[in-house]
Design a protein around this ligand. Structure first.
Ligand code: AMP
Length: 287
């Protein structure tokens, strides 16, 4: 595996590749979620490229940019064992040379709701850096995790609207054995918070069971999710919404497959998660 730090060197290395390029953009501090994307990229392409860049433009002024966890040596070892061919690790100056960052990519509509509403500018930072990375790596396929569901919708929208010539593949959320979605930010949690955080997955499972038992009232499901999380954790709730899978618009009455998306704030970390739930129509008819 090559570790490359400049755009020029990366382009040179990629020019020698014969075959498809699979790309996984990341902010590092790898866990099994990242590694599953890398393995999928390697399995399906001639060359797997992962970028590790803690992108300052997607963090708000009061967010965790300076304390975001970093461990390049460990990450390089993990990426190597996942089969990555090239790890691109640019500096902030390489990605945003002084005075040369006046162009941004602003995705409308869906980028302004949910996480976009509580983190103004976040998705503009994400869309801009991902556009830059696409233009630098020129991948055939880009792999993203379902854990950041809204991000996948925003990036797919951008890729479609701006005609980027690549395919976006969304891979399933990888969870800890107790159900907590893996995240670099889980490392912020205190031992007590870490135990409490399992309530998020339990709440999503409860929502799944309610829909499977024929509950079609999204409001009732959302109420129960909020109650479970507030009763069992020290977290506050930023949002819990029941939305359509395609465009993240609120759904009040569940008819088929819908998505529960949520963001909660523990004193030490903000966590997001989501799950597709499906109404069992037969149950509903029987009731
Ligand atoms: P990050 O380093 O947090 O920006 O994440 C880089 C990529 O890994 C994004 O596409 C994430 O959605 C994905 N990812 C993060 N956590 C997980 C997880 N638990 N399961 C699957 N993919 C994940």
């Amino acid at each position: 595996m090559k570790i490359i730090r400049t755009i020029r060197a990366l382009r040179k290395a990629l020019a020698a590749i014969d075959g498809s390029i699979g790309f996984v953009p990341t902010m590092g501090y790898f866990h099994e979620g990242h590694l599953s994307l890398m393995r999928t990229a390697k399995r399906n392409n001639a060359c797997a490229v992962v970028s590790l860049f803690v992108n300052p433009t997607q963090f708000g002024p009061t967010e965790d940019l300076s304390r975001y966890p970093r461990d390049l040596a460990r990450d390089a070892g993990l990426a190597r064992t996942a089969g990555v061919d090239i790890m691109f690790v640019p500096t902030v100056e390489e990605m945003y040379p002084a005075g040369a960052s006046q162009t941004v990519v602003e995705v409308g509509g869906i980028a302004g709701i949910l996480c976009g509403a509580v983190r103004p500018g976040h998705f503009c930072g994400v869309a801009t850096v991902v556009s830059k990375l696409i233009n630098i790596v020129l991948p055939d396929v880009m792999y993203l995790g379902q854990k950041d569901f809204q991000q996948t919708v925003v990036i797919k929208r951008m890729v479609s609207d701006l005609n980027f010539p690549l395919r976006v593949v969304v891979c399933p959320t990888v969870r800890e054995p107790d159900g907590l979605a893996m995240s670099s930010r889980n490392s912020y949690l205190s031992p007590t918070e870490r135990m409490q955080a399992t309530a998020i997955y339990r709440a999503l499972q409860m929502a799944r069971s309610m829909a499977a038992a024929g509950e079609s009232d999204a409001g009732k499901i959302i109420f129960k999710i909020k109650k479970l999380i507030l009763d069992e954790t020290s977290a506050t709730i930023e949002y819990v919404n029941c939305v359509s899978v395609a465009d993240l618009q609120d759904v009040r009455r569940i008819t088929g497959k819908v998505l529960i998306v949520l963001a909660v704030k523990f004193p030490s970390a903000r966590l997001i998660d989501n799950a597709v739930i499906e109404l069992n129509v037969d149950e509903k008819v029987r009731r």
